[in-house]
Write a protein that binds this ligand. Sequence first.
Ligand SMILES: N[C@@H](CCC(=O)N[C@@H](CS)C(=O)NCC(=O)O)C(=O)O
Length: 214
Amino acid sequence: MMKLYTFFRSSASFRVRIALNWKGIAYDPELISLPKQENLDPGYKAISPIGLVPTLDDGGNLLAQSLAILEYLDEAHPGPKLLPDSALDRAYVRAFSQIIACEIHPLNNLRVLRHIKRTYGLDEEGVNTWYRHWIADGFAMMEDFLKTNAKHGTYCYREQVTMADCSLVPQVFNAQRYKCDLGTYPTVMRIHENCMKLDAFIKAQPSNQPDATA
Ligand SMILES: N[C@@H](CCC(=O)N[C@@H](CS)C(=O)NCC(=O)O)C(=O)O
């Protein structure tokens, strides 16, 4: 059985949990606590030289980077496709996913928040202000990208659940955790709500993970 090195609040891990559930692939969760910095333990660094979650172990093959993992699952395993058939539509789905994975997530990752707190002596409110700034910036990109593109529907790409939805939902969860005002992103939130009607997304959410804490 596949093994997923995961942390309940990690949005990158959440993307992969959704994809595995959506494709009906069973996996064993291996829990890596980010607050305890278990991702930097030598034992885990032997599995993930980059010291980040998620890592997927498929028959001893260790895979890093959530979007690369999603594309791998699509290419190497059966189940509903997370990328559309046409090259143009795949580019659309990848572009939206990368707004989240490249423009938003790296600026608000745990080690970045720890760094700005330590280096610039920020208190909790200072860190939250940074976080919310990049959420507002990135969510405006997400909303404008979807709104100006006729390809969105029930989900980011028409009626098909794709890698874009696997990216959108965890980012919304994170923004909600930091109490960001998401009222000005109606397209993003409508798609989020549609996704959260699906078992694959519900099962993957942080509160349903074995390592979930309040
Ligand atoms: N681009 C990577 C991001 C992986 C990543 O940054 N994971 C976070 C959790 S969401 C992590 O391990 N953070 C540890 C840290 O920042 O120290 C991916 O999509 O997998």
